[in-house]
Write a protein that binds this ligand. Structure first.
Ligand SMILES: NC(=O)c1ccc[n+]([C@@H]2O[C@H](COP(=O)([O-])OP(=O)(O)OC[C@H]3O[C@@H](n4cnc5c(N)ncnc54)[C@H](OP(=O)(O)O)[C@@H]3O)[C@@H](O)[C@H]2O)c1
Length: 332
């Protein structure tokens, strides 16, 4: 048995509370499935919609959001960041809920859901990684780390606060986070760093770099198939090396030619002008400008048109064709 599995706690504090989960999308379904694996009972509150059908098909009993708000003392807000404040106003504001548990600090840090003296306490249990990783690595040594925070709790927590910290740690482990990597920080750190890294590197940076790498090769007359395999396809292999060994360790595993190109060319592409733009983007996050723009435009025509355009990029078309071809060949 894996050593983490052997040390999974009994979740005694968690089991004493009446836990409610709202939302069954990417994060909510991973948390629900893992709580079930951990043997922790909870109420699941959903509106009538696609994810309610999915949750029922997955074997969960589903209540309405109102019913969970009335019955639970601790509620996990696994709802889109842009909708949480309105759902809080409508269903949770005047309920005797003790804990609101967030998987990302957005609504607390940007004060969209107020922290009230006599209201629920805000808890942050933010797994570091895509929700699919919570399920994939549950109970293994690769279980995702998490950043934890409780609003109003400082490093020199009193006995009650210490008990609340233990509750948060149990919740993190029960949803599949790594008991050896629970990092106590604050809402600001998690929110700013999460937004910054996903914009400039993990999602925005990488996807833009991939599109431009592919475009340069194809525009120079190289075969689109070769351009796909040399860029997006190979990225996973390099990321796995980086994840396991760091940058220097990755360099020990690539060819001397690749290493020479990496060391002498990387900073020419991602130069100080790019770093300056990263700093501008960080300032937009820190000032709340990004949050304001996101809340205003996340369903706007321009935004949806841009998303559509990027989804139709030739790299995406080629990627789908190549993945289908590889999968069919394996199946055949
Ligand atoms: N996805 C990740 O990998 C990940 C990782 C870390 C943290 N998080 C955080 O987890 C939270 C949830 O994100 P997510 O990615 O799971 O979102 P998501 O996949 O979009 O899930 C949305 C869920 O909320 C429900 N919902 C949407 N609008 C609603 C409304 N107006 N009223 C009631 N229910 C509504 C949806 O129901 P319907 O099916 O009916 O629309 C669905 O069950 C966010 O705070 C996010 O930052 C996500």
């Amino acid at each position: 048995m894996d050593s983490q599995k052997a040390t999974l706690p009994k979740f005694e504090r968690l089991k004493k509370t009446r836990l409610g989960l709202l939302g069954y999308g990417a994060q909510g379904s991973a948390e629900a499935q893992n709580l079930k694996r951990s043997g922790v009972e909870f109420l699941l509150g959903l509106r009538d919609g696609a994810s309610k059908k999915r949750a029922i098909a997955d074997g969960f009993s589903v209540l309405s959001i109102e019913e969970v708000a009335a019955q639970a003392d601790s509620i996990a807000m696994n709802l889109p960041d842009q909708d949480q404040a309105q759902i809080y106003e409508e269903f949770l504001k005047n309920r005797p809920v003790k804990r609101l548990v967030f998987a990302h600090g957005f609504n607390t840090h940007f004060k969209l859901i107020p922290v009230l003296e006599n209201g629920p306490r805000h808890f942050l249990v933010a797994p570091k990684g895509a929700a699919s990783g919570l399920q994939e690595f549950y109970g293994t040594k690769n279980a995702l780390p998490a950043i934890l925070a409780i609003q109003g709790v400082s490093a020199d927590a009193n006995a009650d606060d210490k008990a609340e910290k233990k509750w948060a740690e149990e919740y993190a482990i029960a949803i599949g986070c790594n008991s050896r990597a629970l990092i106590w920080a604050d809402f600001k750190d998690e929110t700013d760093c999460d937004l910054f890294a996903e914009q400039v590197l993990l999602c925005g940076g990488v996807s833009s770099l991939l599109r431009k790498t592919y475009e340069v090769m194809v525009e120079a007359g190289y075969h689109p198939e070769a351009a796909y395999f040399e860029s997006l396809f190979e990225l996973k292999l390099i990321v796995d090396l980086l994840w396991n060994r760091g940058i220097t360790g990755m360099r020990e595993k690539i060819s001397p030619t690749a290493r020479f190109g990496d060391i002498t060319r990387g900073d020419r592409v991602i130069d100080d002008s790019v770093k300056k733009k990263m700093q501008e983007i960080l300032k937009e996050i820190q000032s709340g400008e990004f949050a304001k723009e996101f809340l205003k435009n996340n369903r706007s025509e321009n935004y949806l048109a841009l998303a559509k355009k990027q989804s139709e990029h030739p790299l995406e078309v080629m990627g789908k064709k190549m993945r289908d071809q590889l999968n069919n060949n394996i199946a055949g």
